[in-house]
Design a protein around this ligand. Structure first.
Ligand SMILES: *Cc1c(COP(=O)(O)O)cnc(C)c1O
Length: 244
């Protein structure tokens, strides 16, 4: 027990230090790209992170967290300190699991089909709420990856925004893990073009408020390319341990 609590203490200290560094980097990238630090939302990606660590982060001012597995979110849900923090869903979402998270999350970042949007709409209307969503774009057109293909994005948007109980708030993307730095920058910049272009169209029930892209290894570049929400996990909480 002694050992465990030492480890936990070290983990909390690391989190505090990491958060400071990341906030500094976010602020710098914001200013360099002509915005102010407050314009950028830092979302902590909390998969595999114990709730006591997450809640310490919330006490330090983390005000957006995101889970990517429905079951894990539900197991941790009652323990999150959500009085000062928004909980979002950022992972691949199966239609039959929407019922487990509707009303629990402030935004679903990973909507990529009419079928999924229809279920979010149906359950939101049942609960008399509106669920904010982002459209996930498979910006690298990878096989077997979530997200709408770029060439289908414009056709999908009006179909999704037509649903009641849903509000489209922006776009989300995860560039291919195999991409080098220059390629990743290209993907970020393509996302930014879609974001700006769709925003200018002023479509009904589509508010391009959030461009969610950038993770631990590339959040600074993502911000420079136009992201205003970054999802950071391991750089905040340390390497993930999957064999828990
Ligand atoms: C895990 C995860 C992140 C954060 O990944 P890191 O590389 O650890 O920062 C971001 N977005 C999604 C959707 C994730 O599942």
């Amino acid at each position: 027990m002694e050992k465990l609590s030492d480890e936990l203490e070290q983990r909390l200290l690391n989190l505090e230090e990491n958060l400071k560094v990341i906030r500094g980097t976010v602020a710098e990238a914001a200013v360099q790209s002509g915005r102010s630090p407050q314009d950028i939302t830092l979302l902590a990606a909390t998969k595999t992170v114990p709730v006591e660590v997450i809640n310490h982060g919330i006490a330090l001012g983390i005000d957006h967290i995101g889970e990517n597995k429905v079951q894990e979110l539900c197991e941790k849900y009652e323990s999150y300190d959500l009085a000062r923090c928004e909980l979002q869903f950022i992972g691949h979402l199966q239609t039959n699991k929407v019922k487990n998270i509707i009303g629990k999350v402030s935004m679903i970042q990973s909507v990529d089909s009419v079928k999924l949007a229809a279920e979010i709409s149906r359950l939101s209307v049942l609960q008399s709420i509106t669920t904010d969503i982002l459209i996930e774009v498979n910006i690298g057109s990878e096989l077997n990856k979530s997200g709408v293909l770029p060439q289908d994005l414009y056709a999908l948007l009006p179909q999704i925004s037509a649903f009641t109980g849903i509000r489209v708030r922006g776009l989300m993307a995860i560039p291919p893990a195999s991409a080098n730095e220059a390629e990743t920058l290209g993907y970020f910049s393509n996302m930014s073009k879609y974001f700006v272009d769709i925003k200018a169209k002023k479509l009904d029930n589509v508010d391009m408020d959030y461009l969610s892209m950038g993770m631990s290894s590339d959040y600074s570049q993502a911000i420079m390319a136009g992201a205003n929400m970054v999802r950071v996990g391991s750089a905040l909480f340390g390497q993930r341990l999957y064999n828990k």
